[in-house]
Design a protein around this ligand. Structure first.
Ligand SMILES: Nc1ncnc2c1ncn2[C@@H]1O[C@H](COP(=O)(O)OP(=O)(O)OP(=O)(O)O)[C@@H](O)[C@H]1O
Ligand SMILES: [Mg+2]
Length: 396
Protein backbone atom coordinates (compact mmCIF):
# COMPACT_ATOMS: atom_id res chain seq x y z
CA UNK A 1 0.00 0.00 0.00
CA UNK A 2 1.27 3.50 -0.72
CA UNK A 3 2.39 5.33 2.40
CA UNK A 4 0.06 8.24 1.78
CA UNK A 5 -3.01 9.18 -0.10
CA UNK A 6 -3.33 12.21 -2.32
CA UNK A 7 -6.67 13.88 -2.41
CA UNK A 8 -7.55 16.84 -4.57
CA UNK A 9 -8.65 19.66 -2.32
CA UNK A 10 -11.77 21.10 -3.95
CA UNK A 11 -10.84 24.50 -2.63
CA UNK A 12 -7.89 24.68 -5.02
CA UNK A 13 -9.79 23.95 -8.21
CA UNK A 14 -11.64 27.23 -8.66
CA UNK A 15 -8.38 29.13 -8.29
CA UNK A 16 -6.53 27.29 -11.00
CA UNK A 17 -6.37 29.51 -14.04
CA UNK A 18 -8.37 28.48 -17.05
CA UNK A 19 -6.32 27.53 -20.08
CA UNK A 20 -5.39 30.37 -22.40
CA UNK A 21 -4.54 28.11 -25.31
CA UNK A 22 -6.61 25.18 -26.56
CA UNK A 23 -5.50 22.17 -24.55
CA UNK A 24 -4.86 18.77 -26.07
CA UNK A 25 -8.28 17.45 -25.10
CA UNK A 26 -9.97 20.32 -26.89
CA UNK A 27 -8.43 19.65 -30.23
CA UNK A 28 -10.64 18.03 -32.83
CA UNK A 29 -8.00 16.22 -34.86
CA UNK A 30 -6.53 12.87 -33.91
CA UNK A 31 -4.29 13.33 -30.91
CA UNK A 32 -0.55 13.01 -31.35
CA UNK A 33 1.14 11.37 -28.35
CA UNK A 34 2.14 13.74 -25.56
CA UNK A 35 5.62 12.24 -25.82
CA UNK A 36 6.98 10.12 -28.64
CA UNK A 37 10.68 9.27 -28.42
CA UNK A 38 12.54 6.96 -30.78
CA UNK A 39 16.09 5.78 -30.28
CA UNK A 40 17.04 8.72 -28.09
CA UNK A 41 20.73 8.81 -27.28
CA UNK A 42 22.79 11.38 -25.48
CA UNK A 43 26.53 11.34 -25.00
CA UNK A 44 28.25 14.04 -22.93
CA UNK A 45 31.65 14.73 -24.40
CA UNK A 46 33.59 15.24 -21.22
CA UNK A 47 37.07 14.35 -20.08
CA UNK A 48 38.58 11.92 -19.40
CA UNK A 49 35.97 9.88 -21.31
CA UNK A 50 32.61 10.59 -22.93
CA UNK A 51 29.61 9.69 -20.78
CA UNK A 52 26.65 7.92 -22.39
CA UNK A 53 23.67 9.24 -20.44
CA UNK A 54 20.98 7.86 -22.77
CA UNK A 55 21.60 4.70 -24.74
CA UNK A 56 18.44 4.35 -26.87
CA UNK A 57 15.14 5.36 -25.34
CA UNK A 58 11.83 4.57 -27.05
CA UNK A 59 8.86 6.05 -25.25
CA UNK A 60 5.20 6.81 -25.88
CA UNK A 61 3.16 8.78 -23.38
CA UNK A 62 -0.50 9.50 -24.11
CA UNK A 63 -2.18 12.85 -23.48
CA UNK A 64 -3.63 12.87 -19.98
CA UNK A 65 -1.19 10.32 -18.57
CA UNK A 66 0.65 10.77 -15.31
CA UNK A 67 3.93 9.19 -16.25
CA UNK A 68 6.74 8.35 -13.84
CA UNK A 69 10.43 7.82 -14.50
CA UNK A 70 12.30 5.94 -11.79
CA UNK A 71 15.95 5.06 -11.71
CA UNK A 72 19.07 5.29 -9.60
CA UNK A 73 21.30 8.34 -9.50
CA UNK A 74 22.96 8.85 -12.86
CA UNK A 75 20.43 6.69 -14.72
CA UNK A 76 19.69 9.43 -17.27
CA UNK A 77 16.35 10.74 -16.00
CA UNK A 78 17.28 14.42 -15.92
CA UNK A 79 19.05 14.13 -19.26
CA UNK A 80 15.87 12.66 -20.78
CA UNK A 81 13.75 15.44 -19.30
CA UNK A 82 16.15 18.10 -20.53
CA UNK A 83 15.90 16.72 -24.06
CA UNK A 84 12.10 16.54 -23.91
CA UNK A 85 11.95 20.11 -22.62
CA UNK A 86 14.29 21.38 -25.39
CA UNK A 87 17.10 22.29 -23.00
CA UNK A 88 19.43 19.77 -24.55
CA UNK A 89 19.67 18.17 -27.96
CA UNK A 90 19.92 14.41 -28.36
CA UNK A 91 23.07 12.99 -29.87
CA UNK A 92 20.87 10.60 -31.87
CA UNK A 93 17.21 9.74 -32.20
CA UNK A 94 14.09 11.86 -32.24
CA UNK A 95 11.50 13.07 -29.77
CA UNK A 96 8.18 14.79 -30.29
CA UNK A 97 5.99 16.58 -27.76
CA UNK A 98 2.37 16.67 -28.92
CA UNK A 99 3.73 16.16 -32.42
CA UNK A 100 6.35 18.92 -32.21
CA UNK A 101 9.96 17.95 -32.78
CA UNK A 102 12.29 18.82 -29.88
CA UNK A 103 15.07 19.73 -32.29
CA UNK A 104 13.07 21.87 -34.69
CA UNK A 105 9.92 23.18 -33.00
CA UNK A 106 11.59 24.64 -29.93
CA UNK A 107 9.41 27.70 -29.61
CA UNK A 108 6.17 25.77 -30.10
CA UNK A 109 7.15 23.19 -27.52
CA UNK A 110 8.11 25.83 -24.99
CA UNK A 111 4.66 27.33 -25.31
CA UNK A 112 2.93 24.11 -24.33
CA UNK A 113 5.23 22.67 -21.70
CA UNK A 114 6.95 23.67 -18.51
CA UNK A 115 9.24 22.09 -15.98
CA UNK A 116 9.89 22.34 -12.29
CA UNK A 117 12.85 20.68 -10.62
CA UNK A 118 13.49 19.94 -6.97
CA UNK A 119 15.86 22.39 -5.33
CA UNK A 120 15.31 24.88 -8.13
CA UNK A 121 16.91 28.27 -7.46
CA UNK A 122 15.73 30.21 -10.48
CA UNK A 123 15.23 33.95 -10.57
CA UNK A 124 16.41 36.74 -8.33
CA UNK A 125 16.37 36.57 -4.55
CA UNK A 126 15.94 40.31 -4.09
CA UNK A 127 12.57 40.32 -5.87
CA UNK A 128 9.39 39.54 -3.99
CA UNK A 129 7.65 36.30 -4.89
CA UNK A 130 5.00 38.29 -6.74
CA UNK A 131 7.54 40.35 -8.68
CA UNK A 132 9.52 37.27 -9.57
CA UNK A 133 6.44 35.52 -10.93
CA UNK A 134 5.48 38.57 -12.92
CA UNK A 135 8.99 38.72 -14.39
CA UNK A 136 8.58 35.14 -15.57
CA UNK A 137 5.11 35.89 -16.92
CA UNK A 138 6.79 38.47 -19.14
CA UNK A 139 9.47 35.99 -20.21
CA UNK A 140 6.63 33.66 -21.19
CA UNK A 141 5.09 36.43 -23.26
CA UNK A 142 1.91 37.06 -21.27
CA UNK A 143 0.36 40.51 -21.81
CA UNK A 144 1.15 42.84 -18.89
CA UNK A 145 -2.34 42.91 -17.39
CA UNK A 146 -2.96 39.20 -17.87
CA UNK A 147 0.43 38.58 -16.31
CA UNK A 148 -0.52 40.24 -13.03
CA UNK A 149 -3.92 38.53 -12.97
CA UNK A 150 -2.41 35.14 -13.57
CA UNK A 151 0.35 35.71 -11.03
CA UNK A 152 -2.20 36.60 -8.37
CA UNK A 153 -4.42 33.63 -9.25
CA UNK A 154 -1.49 31.27 -9.02
CA UNK A 155 -0.16 32.78 -5.79
CA UNK A 156 -3.53 32.03 -4.25
CA UNK A 157 -3.76 28.57 -5.86
CA UNK A 158 -0.41 27.46 -4.46
CA UNK A 159 -1.10 28.95 -1.03
CA UNK A 160 1.51 31.70 -1.07
CA UNK A 161 -0.74 34.67 -0.39
CA UNK A 162 0.96 35.52 2.89
CA UNK A 163 4.43 35.36 1.33
CA UNK A 164 3.55 37.16 -1.91
CA UNK A 165 5.35 40.35 -0.92
CA UNK A 166 8.23 38.59 0.77
CA UNK A 167 11.66 38.51 -0.88
CA UNK A 168 12.35 35.23 -2.66
CA UNK A 169 15.65 34.86 -0.75
CA UNK A 170 13.72 34.69 2.53
CA UNK A 171 11.26 31.98 1.50
CA UNK A 172 11.54 28.55 3.09
CA UNK A 173 12.38 25.60 0.84
CA UNK A 174 8.75 24.52 0.72
CA UNK A 175 7.48 28.04 0.03
CA UNK A 176 10.07 28.45 -2.68
CA UNK A 177 8.97 25.24 -4.30
CA UNK A 178 5.36 26.43 -4.28
CA UNK A 179 6.56 29.58 -6.02
CA UNK A 180 8.42 27.45 -8.55
CA UNK A 181 5.16 25.60 -9.20
CA UNK A 182 3.36 28.86 -9.79
CA UNK A 183 6.18 29.77 -12.18
CA UNK A 184 5.77 26.47 -13.98
CA UNK A 185 2.05 26.98 -14.43
CA UNK A 186 2.27 30.56 -15.71
CA UNK A 187 2.29 29.55 -19.35
CA UNK A 188 -0.53 27.08 -18.75
CA UNK A 189 1.33 24.04 -20.07
CA UNK A 190 -0.27 21.01 -21.67
CA UNK A 191 2.55 18.90 -20.36
CA UNK A 192 4.33 19.50 -17.08
CA UNK A 193 7.74 17.93 -16.45
CA UNK A 194 8.64 17.50 -12.80
CA UNK A 195 12.18 16.45 -11.90
CA UNK A 196 12.15 15.35 -8.26
CA UNK A 197 9.64 18.07 -7.33
CA UNK A 198 9.42 17.11 -3.66
CA UNK A 199 13.17 16.86 -3.09
CA UNK A 200 14.06 18.18 0.35
CA UNK A 201 10.51 19.05 1.34
CA UNK A 202 9.04 18.10 4.70
CA UNK A 203 6.05 15.78 4.85
CA UNK A 204 3.45 18.54 4.80
CA UNK A 205 5.13 20.60 2.08
CA UNK A 206 5.65 17.51 -0.10
CA UNK A 207 2.03 16.60 0.33
CA UNK A 208 0.79 20.03 -0.65
CA UNK A 209 3.02 19.99 -3.72
CA UNK A 210 1.57 16.59 -4.70
CA UNK A 211 -1.94 17.87 -4.12
CA UNK A 212 -1.20 20.84 -6.34
CA UNK A 213 0.02 18.62 -9.16
CA UNK A 214 -3.01 16.35 -8.91
CA UNK A 215 -5.43 19.30 -8.73
CA UNK A 216 -3.81 21.05 -11.67
CA UNK A 217 -3.94 17.90 -13.77
CA UNK A 218 -7.51 17.04 -12.83
CA UNK A 219 -8.79 20.52 -13.71
CA UNK A 220 -8.46 20.00 -17.48
CA UNK A 221 -8.65 16.60 -19.25
CA UNK A 222 -5.61 15.87 -21.35
CA UNK A 223 -3.11 17.64 -19.12
CA UNK A 224 -0.07 15.42 -18.94
CA UNK A 225 2.56 15.06 -16.22
CA UNK A 226 5.98 13.45 -16.38
CA UNK A 227 7.59 12.97 -13.00
CA UNK A 228 10.92 11.71 -11.77
CA UNK A 229 11.21 10.85 -8.13
CA UNK A 230 13.20 8.73 -5.73
CA UNK A 231 10.17 8.33 -3.47
CA UNK A 232 8.56 5.03 -4.34
CA UNK A 233 5.30 5.76 -2.54
CA UNK A 234 4.98 9.02 -4.46
CA UNK A 235 5.38 7.27 -7.81
CA UNK A 236 3.06 4.45 -6.78
CA UNK A 237 0.32 6.82 -5.72
CA UNK A 238 0.54 9.36 -8.52
CA UNK A 239 1.60 7.59 -11.68
CA UNK A 240 -0.59 5.83 -14.23
CA UNK A 241 2.51 4.24 -15.74
CA UNK A 242 6.15 4.11 -14.76
CA UNK A 243 9.37 3.50 -16.66
CA UNK A 244 12.32 2.16 -14.70
CA UNK A 245 15.56 3.32 -16.27
CA UNK A 246 19.20 2.58 -15.64
CA UNK A 247 22.36 3.28 -17.63
CA UNK A 248 20.29 5.26 -20.12
CA UNK A 249 17.91 2.45 -21.00
CA UNK A 250 14.35 1.59 -20.07
CA UNK A 251 14.45 -1.66 -18.13
CA UNK A 252 10.70 -2.00 -17.61
CA UNK A 253 7.58 0.01 -18.26
CA UNK A 254 4.01 -0.47 -17.11
CA UNK A 255 1.40 0.43 -14.53
CA UNK A 256 2.56 0.14 -10.92
CA UNK A 257 0.45 -3.04 -10.62
CA UNK A 258 1.99 -4.57 -13.76
CA UNK A 259 5.49 -3.83 -12.57
CA UNK A 260 4.82 -5.38 -9.17
CA UNK A 261 3.31 -8.44 -10.81
CA UNK A 262 6.57 -8.94 -12.71
CA UNK A 263 8.53 -9.58 -9.55
CA UNK A 264 5.94 -11.65 -7.78
CA UNK A 265 6.73 -15.09 -9.08
CA UNK A 266 5.95 -16.72 -5.76
CA UNK A 267 3.12 -16.26 -3.30
CA UNK A 268 4.16 -14.72 -0.03
CA UNK A 269 1.98 -14.91 3.06
CA UNK A 270 2.30 -13.86 6.66
CA UNK A 271 0.44 -16.19 8.94
CA UNK A 272 -0.19 -15.89 12.67
CA UNK A 273 -0.88 -18.99 14.74
CA UNK A 274 -1.76 -19.64 18.36
CA UNK A 275 0.98 -22.31 18.51
CA UNK A 276 3.25 -24.27 16.18
CA UNK A 277 4.53 -27.56 17.47
CA UNK A 278 7.81 -28.55 15.84
CA UNK A 279 8.49 -24.99 14.61
CA UNK A 280 8.60 -23.71 11.05
CA UNK A 281 10.62 -26.76 9.91
CA UNK A 282 7.39 -28.76 9.87
CA UNK A 283 5.97 -26.39 7.24
CA UNK A 284 9.17 -26.33 5.20
CA UNK A 285 8.70 -30.00 4.38
CA UNK A 286 5.32 -29.54 2.69
CA UNK A 287 5.64 -29.90 -1.12
CA UNK A 288 5.27 -26.49 -2.79
CA UNK A 289 6.50 -24.54 0.25
CA UNK A 290 9.58 -22.63 -0.88
CA UNK A 291 10.39 -21.43 2.62
CA UNK A 292 8.81 -20.97 6.02
CA UNK A 293 10.57 -18.76 8.55
CA UNK A 294 9.66 -17.08 11.83
CA UNK A 295 8.41 -13.54 11.13
CA UNK A 296 9.46 -10.48 13.05
CA UNK A 297 6.83 -8.91 15.26
CA UNK A 298 4.93 -6.09 13.57
CA UNK A 299 4.75 -3.00 15.77
CA UNK A 300 4.17 -3.20 19.50
CA UNK A 301 5.68 -5.71 21.88
CA UNK A 302 5.96 -9.34 20.83
CA UNK A 303 2.92 -11.32 21.83
CA UNK A 304 4.38 -14.50 23.29
CA UNK A 305 1.05 -16.24 22.91
CA UNK A 306 1.22 -16.21 19.11
CA UNK A 307 3.65 -17.41 16.46
CA UNK A 308 4.12 -15.43 13.23
CA UNK A 309 5.50 -17.14 10.13
CA UNK A 310 6.54 -15.83 6.74
CA UNK A 311 5.59 -18.33 4.09
CA UNK A 312 6.83 -18.36 0.52
CA UNK A 313 4.79 -20.73 -1.65
CA UNK A 314 5.20 -21.77 -5.27
CA UNK A 315 1.59 -20.82 -5.93
CA UNK A 316 -1.43 -19.64 -3.93
CA UNK A 317 -2.91 -23.13 -4.24
CA UNK A 318 -0.28 -24.57 -1.86
CA UNK A 319 -1.92 -22.60 0.94
CA UNK A 320 -4.58 -25.34 1.19
CA UNK A 321 -1.92 -27.97 2.08
CA UNK A 322 -0.37 -25.62 4.63
CA UNK A 323 -3.72 -24.96 6.30
CA UNK A 324 -4.47 -28.71 6.39
CA UNK A 325 -1.02 -29.47 7.88
CA UNK A 326 -1.45 -26.79 10.53
CA UNK A 327 -4.86 -28.04 11.47
CA UNK A 328 -3.51 -31.61 11.75
CA UNK A 329 -0.90 -30.32 14.22
CA UNK A 330 -3.52 -28.52 16.32
CA UNK A 331 -2.52 -24.99 15.27
CA UNK A 332 -5.23 -22.37 14.93
CA UNK A 333 -4.79 -19.62 12.37
CA UNK A 334 -5.36 -16.23 14.00
CA UNK A 335 -4.47 -14.04 11.02
CA UNK A 336 -3.43 -14.53 7.42
CA UNK A 337 -2.22 -11.87 5.03
CA UNK A 338 -0.86 -12.00 1.51
CA UNK A 339 2.19 -9.79 0.98
CA UNK A 340 2.23 -7.69 -2.17
CA UNK A 341 5.59 -6.63 -3.56
CA UNK A 342 6.34 -2.94 -3.44
CA UNK A 343 7.69 -0.78 -6.24
CA UNK A 344 10.95 -0.79 -4.35
CA UNK A 345 11.05 -4.59 -4.69
CA UNK A 346 10.62 -4.13 -8.44
CA UNK A 347 13.36 -1.54 -8.50
CA UNK A 348 15.81 -3.63 -6.52
CA UNK A 349 15.13 -6.66 -8.69
CA UNK A 350 15.58 -4.75 -11.95
CA UNK A 351 18.35 -2.37 -11.04
CA UNK A 352 20.04 -4.57 -8.51
CA UNK A 353 20.51 -1.95 -5.87
CA UNK A 354 18.38 0.12 -3.54
CA UNK A 355 17.70 3.82 -3.75
CA UNK A 356 20.21 4.74 -1.08
CA UNK A 357 23.10 3.43 -3.14
CA UNK A 358 24.64 5.68 -5.68
CA UNK A 359 27.37 5.57 -8.25
CA UNK A 360 27.16 9.26 -8.96
CA UNK A 361 29.19 11.95 -7.30
CA UNK A 362 26.41 14.48 -7.69
CA UNK A 363 28.67 16.90 -9.54
CA UNK A 364 26.43 17.16 -12.56
CA UNK A 365 23.30 18.04 -10.79
CA UNK A 366 22.46 21.32 -12.44
CA UNK A 367 18.74 21.80 -12.45
CA UNK A 368 17.68 24.49 -14.84
CA UNK A 369 14.06 25.31 -15.53
CA UNK A 370 13.14 25.69 -19.18
CA UNK A 371 11.37 28.16 -21.36
CA UNK A 372 13.28 31.17 -20.26
CA UNK A 373 15.27 31.76 -23.37
CA UNK A 374 13.52 33.89 -25.88
CA UNK A 375 14.09 32.05 -29.10
CA UNK A 376 13.36 34.18 -32.10
CA UNK A 377 12.51 31.42 -34.46
CA UNK A 378 11.35 27.89 -34.53
CA UNK A 379 14.02 26.82 -36.94
CA UNK A 380 16.51 24.11 -36.16
CA UNK A 381 18.31 25.10 -32.99
CA UNK A 382 22.04 24.93 -32.92
CA UNK A 383 23.09 21.77 -31.16
CA UNK A 384 25.99 23.49 -29.51
CA UNK A 385 23.74 26.28 -28.28
CA UNK A 386 21.73 24.19 -25.98
CA UNK A 387 24.53 21.91 -24.94
CA UNK A 388 26.55 24.97 -23.96
CA UNK A 389 23.62 26.66 -22.31
CA UNK A 390 23.35 23.70 -20.02
CA UNK A 391 26.90 23.90 -18.74
CA UNK A 392 26.96 27.69 -18.63
CA UNK A 393 23.70 27.82 -16.71
CA UNK A 394 22.26 30.28 -19.20
CA UNK A 395 18.82 29.65 -17.80
CA UNK A 396 19.63 30.38 -14.18
N1 LIG B 1 26.42 18.24 -18.05
C1 LIG B 1 26.94 17.00 -17.97
N2 LIG B 1 28.19 16.77 -18.36
C2 LIG B 1 28.71 15.51 -18.31
N3 LIG B 1 28.06 14.43 -17.85
C3 LIG B 1 26.79 14.61 -17.43
C4 LIG B 1 26.16 15.90 -17.46
N4 LIG B 1 24.91 15.77 -16.98
C5 LIG B 1 24.76 14.46 -16.66
N5 LIG B 1 25.90 13.76 -16.93
C6 LIG B 1 26.11 12.32 -16.72
O1 LIG B 1 25.07 11.63 -17.41
C7 LIG B 1 24.60 10.54 -16.64
C8 LIG B 1 23.11 10.72 -16.40
O2 LIG B 1 22.90 11.84 -15.56
P1 LIG B 1 21.45 12.38 -15.20
O3 LIG B 1 21.63 13.66 -14.47
O4 LIG B 1 20.62 12.38 -16.42
O5 LIG B 1 20.96 11.23 -14.20
P2 LIG B 1 19.68 11.16 -13.26
O6 LIG B 1 19.01 9.87 -13.57
O7 LIG B 1 18.88 12.40 -13.39
O8 LIG B 1 20.34 11.05 -11.82
P3 LIG B 1 19.85 11.64 -10.38
O9 LIG B 1 18.89 10.66 -9.84
O10 LIG B 1 21.13 11.64 -9.59
O11 LIG B 1 19.29 13.01 -10.60
C9 LIG B 1 25.43 10.52 -15.37
O12 LIG B 1 26.46 9.60 -15.54
C10 LIG B 1 25.99 11.92 -15.27
O13 LIG B 1 27.23 11.94 -14.62
MG1 LIG C 1 18.33 13.90 -12.07
Amino acid sequence: MPAFHVSVPDAILPFLPTPTIPGPAMSTSAEPPAIEARGLERVYNVKPAPVTALAGIDLDVAPGEFFGILGPNGAGKTTLIKILTTLLLPTAGTARIFGFDVAHDVKKIRRIMNMVAGGEQSGYGILTAREQLWMFSQFYGLPRKDGWRRVDELIEAVGLTEQALQRVSTLSTGQRQKMNFARGLLNDPWIFFLDEPTLGLDVAAARSVRELIVAWKAAVPGRTVTLTTHYMAEADELCDRIAIVDHGRILAIGTPAELKHRVQRESIFRIELDRLHGGTATLDRIPGVVSAAPAAAEGGPVDRQTVAVNLVLETDAILGSVVAALSARGSNILALRKSEPSLEDVFVELVGRGFDDTDDDGQNDDRSPPARRDDDADGPAAAGDRADAETEAEYA
